[in-house]
Design a protein around this ligand. Structure first.
Ligand code: ATP
Length: 446
């Protein structure tokens, strides 16, 4: 038996299919061929700021042991399966598949880390694959091999979560999913602390179901696969669940935000943490976005907190010049109208300055706020005429409504990779990745 790592990305079908769905079908075929699974399928989210992503920039890896003869035909079979899935031509999809025989080279994990926060050139990946003689399939513009390669390199060693994804058939993707919100609320209550990002607390909206015409009916996230199976048994929906799969993932780990970057080193589409001093208070634009400015010893940059992040904008609006913050961000390139901007996806308030306002004193005689009587002449009262040259401005400390800690947008506006409040300080390290319970259904079974 030989060890195989099969990475894949950018496999979309005209009927709305997606890479995880394709991987689920493929996993079933491989199970039928008798492979031994080394891990749950890994769903690896990559840099969320990549402009060419369709949805959440996810790639999938299947890790298994198989007799060499199965290994010899895997890639050929996958190629045929892709052609069937994407229906022969590749208009908006650029499938990439890589097959590593044996242990993935250590250099691959470096590529993987890079792909989580930078833009990787296809050529860099191509050179890597040819240097290591790694067999691969690359269609369309070839970009899919970036995600496929990066995904194989991420063994989810530091932390991981799981997602139970229920799928409908590709024939059903034009219709309503009919996920019963009440059942999701109930599941959320019963599975509190064991699942995350089910419901948006402010709006009450159900977050487990996507809205596009893809085969995913819902996805439930948590730290343990058995909890997810229980959670899924509590959710009702109108559409038939054609299949389900449990993925081990880097979702909810905050893995993309491990790099503290100076403003002068920022590049378009990076995912970065930028530490700076607030220079300019937030200004609300017509569209409801809040823009504030920070600087470090090397530069100054605008930070944008967008309208869909709702009340998160109030945190940014409370910042005043002098505050020290770490901005968790995606870098938006400069455009004709704006300079390079940080799209804020989290705010770690490091230190707050005192908010002091200086105001004119109240008249000691009648209590009305006084006016300046002129330079170094103290203050006068316009109501009762009282004057006092010795009076000075009054120093008032205004209480701050934010504290030094991490603030996140509401779950409805978070990235797949965002480490949610529920997971702060949590590390899920598996000693053994071999699945211990059923993680894949086949047609009709739930
Ligand atoms: P799906 O769920 O259907 O896979 P998606 O949101 O994951 O949709 P893709 O259609 O896979 O998006 O498109 C993302 C593309 O970007 C892929 O071709 C992937 O290889 C590529 N990509 C991912 N990360 C990077 C990166 N860091 N640098 C350059 N290219 C990347």
């Amino acid at each position: 038996m030989e060890e195989f790592h099969l990475g894949m990305d950018d496999i979309d079908s005209p009927r709305g299919g997606c890479t995880t769905h394709f991987a689920s079908l493929l996993a079933e075929d491989l199970t039928n061929l008798g492979v031994t699974w080394l891990d749950y399928p890994n769903l690896i989210r990559l840099n969320p700021n990549i402009p060419y992503r369709t949805r959440g920039n996810g790639a999938v890896v299947l890790r298994f042991r198989a007799p060499p003869d199965v290994g010899n035909t895997v890639l050929e079979n996958v190629e045929q399966a892709i052609e069937k899935y994407v229906e022969h031509d590749y208009p908006n999809t650029n499938p990439g598949v890589v097959l590593v025989r044996g242990r993935p080279p250590s250099e691959m994990s470096k590529l993987s880390t890079l792909a989580e926060w930078r833009v990787l050139a296809i050529d860099v990946v191509r050179r890597f694959l040819s240097r290591h003689h790694i067999a691969h399939i690359s269609r369309g513009n070839g970009r899919g091999i970036v995600g496929a390669t990066a995904a194989v390199g991420n063994r989810l060693l530091d932390d991981c979560t799981f997602e139970f994804i229920a799928y409908r058939s590709l024939e059903d993707t034009a219709h309503e999913r009919g996920v019963d919100a009440e059942s999701v609320y109930e599941m959320n209550r019963r599975m509190k602390g064991k699942t995350f990002s089910n419901i948006d607390p402010q709006t009450g909206s159900v977050l487990i179901q996507p809205h596009g015409p893809d085969p995913v009916i819902y996805g439930i996230r948590g730290d343990s696969p058995s909890d997810l199976v229980e959670a899924a048994s509590l959710v009702r929906c109108h559409q038939t669940i054609e299949r389900w799969t449990i993925f081990r993932t880097n979702q909810g780990t905050g893995e993309h935000l491990r790099h503290l970057v100076r403003i002068s080193d920022l590049r378009p589409y990076m995912a970065a943490v930028v530490r700076g001093r607030v220079e300019r208070r937030g200004i609300m634009t017509e569209g409801g976005h809040l823009i504030f400015t920070i600087s470090d010893d090397a530069g100054t940059i605008d930070c944008a907190v967008y309208e869909p992040t709702g009340e998160f904008r109030e945190v940014a609006a409370s910042l005043i010049p002098g505050d020290i913050v770490e901005v968790h961000a995606g870098v938006r390139p400069a455009s004709r109208t704006h300079g390079m901007t940080l799209n804020v996806e989290g705010l770690n308030v490091v230190a707050l300055v005192e908010n002091v306002i200086l105001s004119n004193p109240l008249c000691p005689q009648c209590g009305k706020r006084m006016k300046s009587a002129g330079r170094e002449k103290g203050f006068k009262c316009t109501k009762c005429g009282y004057r006092d040259a010795s009076l000075e401005k009054v120093r008032e400390v205004v209480p701050r409504h934010i504290h030094p800690r991490l603030y996140l947008p509401p779950p409805r506006a978070q990235r797949h990779l965002t480490r949610p409040y529920e997971r702060l300080g949590v590390r899920n390290v598996l000693e053994n990745t071999v699945p211990t319970l059923a993680w894949l259904s086949s047609h009709g079974k739930t």
